[in-house]
Design a protein around this ligand. Structure first.
Ligand code: NDP
Ligand code: ZN
Length: 351
């Protein structure tokens, strides 16, 4: 079968591979729609998780089940399914402790385009199909469904980890597709004032639609000063980081209140250390929590999030600025995610 792969750090291309084998609990799926991710860009062009050779890329897909293992109970050939980017081993002790993202080892629930071939292929393998897939609701398009693989769960995970609550003031640093879903998640959880930080106008407009009350352009001066000024020098309750560099943590620490939470979902592709300023850290005693999280996978989570699309509580169509038809356009989609033209939020490729 054909697949679009990371050949080595900094190099991508089309390769031929054996069609994957279906174990008793697994499924083989044919992609119907896929989307390239900024994470693919970090992995290939920053070598952020080390060398990978001839590894098929991609982890965001809606697909059609073509084969199921003998122990799979709830899915059958022909079903249209959402496949989350993270597909944990549900029997692992880490999963039993509530951290399925790290089933087996740190980040090991992240299998596609990390430790096994991803979804940019004619066929791909889903482990533990009953736990790691969800049916796409009939009234949700395959293109919008793809946003449930990664963008929605990651952004919402940022808002969940920040424990955003009614009436709070929240900053979202970075409003690409992930940050925009963090804005939407914070809004649904009841945040009153939401500062959205980004420079692309199309993302700023989308952020307003998802509930941002204030737009901050980091290219027009220090975001700490801009936000402090707009917020009458008061600290905010929560900061969600979904873009920017390592300095975002230093900025967040200057902006969040004692007892507040800094919740990161950004994939930190380069640099070695995050600086924590001693005084901003309340000389070690300020009760500010810093948490970083890989999105959770899981069928139940997918079903709940897809309900938001099914019942029109969340419109992910706003994210889909570039739509392509044909397997070959995956390459173009990845190039767009690398170059980030000003009119881009997220590309989707239907196959
Ligand atoms: P984008 O590149 O589309 O968005 C990044 C955002 O950060 C943009 O709004 C950009 O602004 C903004 N930004 C860039 N530099 C700065 C800066 N110096 N200060 C403040 N803001 C800045 O990325 P995505 O939304 O696609 O992804 C966001 C991150 O989430 C990536 O690192 C991705 O790998 C990661 N990710 C993490 C997952 C998880 O499970 N934790 C899963 C999926 C993705 P603009 O472009 O407008 O100038
Ligand atoms: Zn992704």
């Amino acid at each position: 079968m054909k697949g679009f792969a990371m050949l080595k750090i900094n190099e991508v291309g089309w390769i031929e591979k054996e069609r994957p084998h279906c174990g008793p609990m697994d499924a083989i799926v044919r992609p119907l729609a896929v989307s390239p991710c900024t994470s693919d860009v970090h992995t290939v062009y920053e070598g952020a998780i080390g060398e990978r050779t001839n590894l098929i890329l991609g982890h965001e897909a809606v697909g059609e089940v073509v084969e199921t293992g003998s122990l799979v109970k709830d899915f059958k050939k022909g079903d249209t399914v959402i496949i989350p980017a993270i597909t944990p081993d549900w029997g692992a002790v880490e999963s039993q402790m509530g951290f399925s993202q790290h089933s087996g080892c740190m980040l090991c629930g992240w299998k596609f385009s990390n430790i096994k071939d991803g979804v940019f292929a004619e066929f791909f393998h889903v482990n533990e199909a009953d736990g790691n897939m969800a049916l796409l609701p009939k009234n949700v398009s395959i293109e919008e469904g793809v946003m449930l693989s990664d963008m929605v769960p990651t952004g919402f995970h940022g808002a969940d980890n920040a424990k955003v609550s009614y009436g709070e003031t929240v900053i979202v640093i970075g409003i690409g597709p992930v940050g925009l879903m963090a804005v939407a998640g914070a809004n649904l959880r009841g945040a009153a004032r939401i500062f959205a930080v980004g420079s692309r106008e199309i993302c700023q407009d989308a952020a307003r639609k998802y509930g941002a009350t204030d737009i901050i352009n980091y290219k027009q001066g220090d975001i700490v000063k801009q936000i402090q000024e707009a917020n009458n020098k008061k600290p905010v309750d929560k900061v969600i980081i979904a873009g920017g560099g390592l300095e975002a943590f230093e900025q967040a620490l200057k902006l969040v209140r004692p007892g507040g939470i800094i919740s990161n979902v950004n994939y930190l592709g380069s640099g070695d250390h995050i600086k924590i300023n001693r005084l901003d850290w309340g000389v070690g005693m300020v009760h500010i929590s810093i948490i970083g999280g890989l999105m959770p996978g899981g069928r139940k989570n997918m079903e709940y999030l897809s309900n938001l699309l099914k019942y029109k509580k969340l419109d992910v169509g706003i994210l889909l600025t570039h739509r392509f038809k044909g397997f070959g356009f995956i390459e173009k989609g990845l190039a767009l995610m690398k170059d980030k033209p000003r009119d881009l939020i997220k590309p989707v490729v239907t196959i």
